[in-house]
Design a protein around this ligand. Structure first.
Ligand code: HBI
Ligand code: FE
Length: 287
């Protein structure tokens, strides 16, 4: 992201744009409704309680692409977070600055009907359906702010790649252990029809108990289902580990440790599922 330096002409210096909700067509609202119906049905019994509660208290089942103003009013009353519109990916420092101030930057465009299952840039369905429900949870809301603050600090250490792995394996692709078994909360999983089955049911990926250092050493793939999912004991535990860790000495330690492949297993790992890696076999890893 370092190659993008200035916002497009229509955006403010912080890269925000008006959501311009009136511009969504009936067809675009229908794409939201289709994606919403498909995912909310699939996530019953699979998503974390906090995620499902977020969908409910934020009234996300209301038909059509949500209006950020209205959504921010509800979310703000719960945890003080707001949703602001951005044109797409924004530079790391801009992204962290928003999170540190409890603003979630959400893409304002929606995928086209021929891209229901996969797209590279975060659209309004990934960002709002995937990310915003968890921001209604007070503990997770604090974690996201702490992540933004840590992100801003990490830029000074040249340690962004390590910290980005923490985001990837928690916010985007995290699992949590609840009564009744493993549950999904990562936005990349819950917003994906295929991965919201794969991450929980498929024998291929490893599932390992979350460990901060282990996660920050582990490379990830951006082009396909994950080969490893990390499982939290609780969101409180994640917040505590993040807030109590002094990241400066941790980055120094990480520099001396080799990075790990996504399918690596270590003797110290608390393995929940030892995956077959069948799904990834023969595929070229892009990370
Ligand atoms: N921009 N819109 C948007 N959404 C993101 O998730 C995002 C970003 N810019 C940078 C970024 N993420 C990374 O810094 C994090 O994944 C660590
Ligand atoms: Fe995301």
């Amino acid at each position: 992201m370092a190659d993008i330096v200035s916002p497009p002409p229509e955006a403010a210096p912080d890269w925000t744009v008006p959501q311009d909700w009136a511009r969504y067509t009936a067809h675009e609202h229908a794409i939201w409704d289709l994606l919403f119906a498909r995912q909310s049905a699939q996530l019953e019994g699979r998503a974390a309680k906090a995620f499902l509660r977020g969908l409910d208290v934020l009234h996300l089942s209301k038909p059509g692409v949500p209006e950020f103003r209205e959504l921010s009013d509800r979310l703000g009353a719960l945890t003080g977070w707001q949703v602001v519109a951005v044109p797409g990916l924004v530079p790391d420092a801009v992204f962290f600055e928003h999170l540190a101030n409890r603003r979630f930057p959400a893409g304002n465009f929606i995928r086209s009907a021929d891209q229901l299952d996969y797209l590279q840039e975060p659209d309004v369905f990934h960002d709002v359906f995937g990310h915003v429900p968890m921001l209604a949870d007070p503990v997770f809301a604090d974690y996201m702010q702490a992540y933004g603050e840590g992100g801003l600090r990490s830029l000074g250490f040249g340690a962004l790649d390590k910290l980005a792995r923490l985001y990837w394996y928690t916010v985007e692709f995290g699992l949590v252990r609840e009564q009744g078994g493993l549950r999904l909360f990562g936005s990349g999983i819950v917003s994906s029809h295929g991965e919201s089955r794969f991450a929980l049911d498929d024998p291929s990926p490893n599932r390992i108990r979350f460990d901060l250092v282990r996660v920050m050493r582990t490379r990830y793939r951006i082009d396909d289902y994950q080969q490893v999912y990390f499982v939290l004991d609780s969101f409180e535990d994640l917040l505590r580990q993040t807030v109590e860790t002094d990241f400066a000495p941790l980055y120094a330690r990480l520099e001396a440790l080799p990075d790990l492949a996504p399918d690596a297993l270590l003797p110290d790992d608390a393995i929940i599922t030892h995956g077959t890696q069948e799904y990834a076999r023969g595929k070229v890893l892009i990370d």
